[in-house]
Design a protein around this ligand. Structure first.
Ligand SMILES: [Zn+2]
Length: 532
């Protein structure tokens, strides 16, 4: 038997640095090349030399792939799915140090010459020698390295349990990787007769503020959805402003009511969702002219704990109706003051209502043509395509204007929570006990607040609230979809246990060395072993 590749802290640290050195920023070439590299790396294990068919890549679109690696004990059926993502965010903010962003050892050394650019906390952490800086160290190549170490150990020591290491691209943008791999996990289960017992993600423990050095374990993940609106007013020339209504005017009423709206706040087990904000508000004119902007769009971010897409759409529609009533009253007062008839009241309708109106009026073929026209534009992302489909249909149905059309724009991350699971409860206690042998306190958080891929497993919406998402997302089934049915087949509790780090997505992203290379390997091994 060959020696272990990744068993010692030194080897694990070298593995992390190698994974980080494979630049895999989301939507770059590196993200496409990462999967074959990690396949080759896993292929160095004796186990995968014997069972190469247990290693597989799965097309996740745009040339990217997700990877699954199954360690199967001959008798065991119980299975833990280990989840990680290998894409990272961009690196511009590193400035002159950007070439070192993917070389943690060198970067951490070099940062001593650039201390003046660091925050007080980051400087102290650097000087402590207890942190490794670099893009992807914390978020989350360390999680992947730990899972690789686990699968090596399990296969060498023949642990009587199965592990499916799952590592995916695109978590930082649209989660195309995880949405692809969900159906593969269902297929693997059938093929090998697996019983999924736990979905274990390895996202890092995020500090809850600059001075927070506590470590966390997460028994669920927050959800996120993006209600959006297309505002369609009436065009006019700037010289005759009273003959039209700008879309900006209409939009302002909805945005006022959406931002920080506490009706969207959900509270569960002492935790609350952050309030909504707008992520975008713009008119759709592509260049300056003296024609007034009569089409505009806005995107709002809404976090979720329990609500379904259907419930959020109902609430969004309620807020939109109130906003438009206010807009209409305000406009009515202007009309009275100026003694005008006006352009009419702004209506509120949902995308599914607009679509059936357009199908009735134009027929399937023409509607599809207007959809395709937006879908084939390669310059536009899924959000822009969504808005442009609505825009194209409204141009064909101007008799509905002025109007505010409500829709969903991708991505959608359902909230998932396993705090009530006895297995998760025991697992958390065990992690806390093990951590205490290192003098560490680990606190439980019920909803991981960083958005993660656990949103796509253990889906339990029996009321089918997701159909409201399918029906109101213009690009749904074209350039974006969510495997809701496969997700609801993957019923097992979720848990996130990962190393401690700070400042994810910033140039001071850093990983706590002892947590990553000493404590986490023991904690994870103890946790997995407790399952058999
Ligand atoms: Zn992450």
């Amino acid at each position: 038997m060959k020696e272990s590749l990744w068993a010692t802290s030194e080897n694990l640290r070298a593995l992390l640095c190698e994974l980080v050195s494979w630049d895999s920023r989301t939507l770059t070439e590196g993200e496409r090349f990462f999967a074959p590299k990690v396949m080759a790396k896993l292929g160095e294990l004796d186990y995968f030399r014997d069972y190469p068919e247990h290693l597989a890549m799965h097309d996740a679109g745009l040339g990217r792939s997700a990877v699954t690696a199954l360690y199967k004990h001959p008798e065991a059926t119980e299975t833990i799915v280990l989840i990680s993502h290998f894409d990272t965010v961009q690196t511009e903010e590193y400035g002159v140090l950007e070439p070192l962003a993917f070389h943690p050892e060198e970067l951490t050394k070099k940062l001593h010459d650039h201390k003046e650019d660091l925050s007080v906390e980051a400087r102290e952490d650097l000087e402590s020698g207890n942190y490794l800086f670099g893009r992807g160290t914390m978020d989350m190549k360390m999680g992947l390295a730990l899972h690789m170490q686990l699968i090596e150990k399990a296969s060498k020591e023949k642990w009587p349990i199965n592990l499916v290491l799952t590592t995916v691209p695109d978590e930082e943008v649209n989660s195309a990787g995880m949405r692809t791999v969900v159906t593969e996990l269902v297929r693997l289960r059938e093929e090998y007769g697996l019983t999924y017992k736990l979905f274990l993600n390895g996202e890092p423990s995020f500090s809850q503020g600059p001075a927070d050095n506590k470590e966390y374990i997460y028994s669920g993940t927050i959800g996120k959805i993006m209600p959006a609106a297309l505002f369609y007013g009436k065009e006019t020339h700037v010289g005759e402003p009273l003959r039209g209504m700008t879309a900006n005017y209409i939009a302002s009423f909805l945005t006022q009511r959406m931002e920080w709206n506490e009706r969207f706040r959900e509270t569960d087990r002492g935790e609350s969702t952050p309030l909504p904000v707008s992520l975008q508000q713009k008119d759709l004119k592509t260049q300056y002219s003296t024609q007034t902007p009569y089409r505009a769009a806005a995107l709002y971010n809404v976090f979720l704990f329990k609500r379904t897409a259907a419930e959020v759409m109902d609430l969004f529609a309620e807020v939109a109706r109130e906003a438009m009533a206010e807009c209409n009253a305000h406009y009515q007062a202007v009309c009275e003051r100026e003694q005008l008839k006006g352009v009419g009241e702004v209506k509120v309708l949902r995308y599914d209502e607009l679509l059936s109106y357009a199908l009735n009026k134009l027929g399937v073929e023409e509607v599809n043509w207007h959809k395709q026209e937006a879908l084939i534009n390669e310059e536009w992302d899924d959000r822009e395509k969504s808005l442009r489909i609505v825009d194209n249909l409204m141009i064909q149905c101007q008799e509905l204007a002025p109007a505010t059309v409500l829709l969903y724009a991708p991505p959608y991350y359902p909230a998932i929570n396993s705090s009530d699971s006895p297995l998760v409860d025991q697992a958390i206690k065990l992690v806390q006990e093990t951590a205490s042998t290192f003098d560490l306190t680990v606190n439980q958080i019920h909803y991981f607040n960083g958005i993660c891929d656990l949103s796509y497993v253990n889906y339990t919406d029996d009321a089918q609230g997701w159909t409201a998402f399918e029906n109101n997302t213009p690009v749904y089934g074209e350039t974006y979809s969510i495997p809701f049915e496969a997700m609801s087949e993957l019923r097992a509790p979720v848990l996130n246990v990962g190393p401690f780090g700070k400042d994810a997505h910033q140039k001071t992203e850093r990983l706590h060395v002892d947590s990553a290379f000493k404590e986490m390997p023991v904690i994870l091994e103890t946790l997995v072993k407790s399952m058999f």
